[in-house]
Design a protein around this ligand. Sequence first.
Ligand code: ATP
Length: 297
Amino acid sequence: MTALLAVDGLQVRYGGVVAVREVSFAVRPGEVVAVLGANGAGKTSTLRAVTGLVRPTGGTIAVDGSDVTGWPPERIARLGVAHVPAGRGIFGSLSVADNLRLGLYGAGADRSRAGAQRVDEVLATFPILAEKRRQPAGQLSGGQQQQLAIGRALVQAPRLLLLDEMSMGLSPTVVADLFAIVAGLRAQGIAVVMVEQFVGQALKVADSVLVLEQGRVVAAGAPDELSGDDVAAAYLGGGEASTPVVVPPPPADAREGVRVDLGGRDIRELERLAAARGTTVSALLEGSVAGLLEGAR
Ligand code: ATP
């Protein structure tokens, strides 16, 4: 089957900074791909290259087997590729309904009856947006604004949705609702590429995972093919913000893993401690957990 999206050897440079190096991956129709990695790993640049917001400096991007490298964003959008940027890009002074209507312009001006119908369909999918359709979008909660951002992309009737950090700054309950929306999109056959910091949730919904570190793919595969170390290593690469780390890799018979949120400073302290003891952070943490459990018995 021809991939819906095929990225091959992608490179993105900003002046002297190489943000993305030789990144390759494919997305089949209806597939959910999670892109993981520490701050600055090149996740956003990869998405922006796919949607045409930055021009790749190397490699190719194909949609349905046709080369779209270097195409402008609106032309790529017309192929059914929609983008929900980090920070959501909501217009706070416009009404919820007007924000949704703006999505129609992303895929070419479409003020037809079909366009209006798509806005109504999205409102039917997100009852809270229907309830608040006449209110300024700035009055919505963070989770509701994220629903609006996703809804605005959905009015384009996309086949591929690129979701950048949809969970950022939201509570776990709200995030769980958003992941349920992603699962619903997948059930409708819409492919999703999501950049996500909520690693545990992303691994549950994703069909495949791409781990980036300093612009390169350092691990890729189905979630059950990746070890906790593959994912943790990417997050230990750096970053000031609190980044989720998966520790320790769950034993084969465990029903669920454990996720601990650590800040960049804590991570560096752990790295120093591990280096001083001649071990790895994972081994250090596993040893500590074993010690704690032993003490509790
Ligand atoms: P984050 O989660 O922090 O957004 P990321 O994995 O999405 O990280 P990118 O935003 O793609 O990573 O950034 C990759 C690298 O490119 C970083 O070193 C970043 O500083 C740099 N970079 C990103 N955008 C620009 C830009 N417009 N101009 C110059 N450098 C940039």
